[in-house]
Design a protein around this ligand. Structure first.
Ligand SMILES: [Zn+2]
Length: 78
């Protein structure tokens, strides 16, 4: 894929960090090969890459690192 489906921007293959979430869980996966639109930032994954991410997300293998994530509720600025 070379053109973005949404904006027709240029899609470039990159290794990116993906915030992969399913249900209430979130795992950050690094070094994921993906096509990234240089215009709108839309990400494109090959189906095999996506399946691998799902497996990694479900895996109980020891993570390479941990992040602390804050959850906040949206509210209007006062
Ligand atoms: Zn785009």
């Amino acid at each position: 894929m070379t053109d973005c489906y949404f904006c027709k921007g240029k899609v470039v293959q990159q290794k990116i960090k993906v915030d992969f979430r399913w249900g209430r869980k979130l795992k950050v996966i690094e070094n994921v090969p993906a096509g990234v639109c240089q215009q709108c930032g839309e990400k494109y994954f090959q189906s095999t890459v996506y399946k691998t991410m799902e497996k990694l997300a479900a895996s109980r293998a020891k993570p390479a690192g941990r992040l602390t994530v804050d959850v906040v509720r949206f509210k209007r600025a006062v």
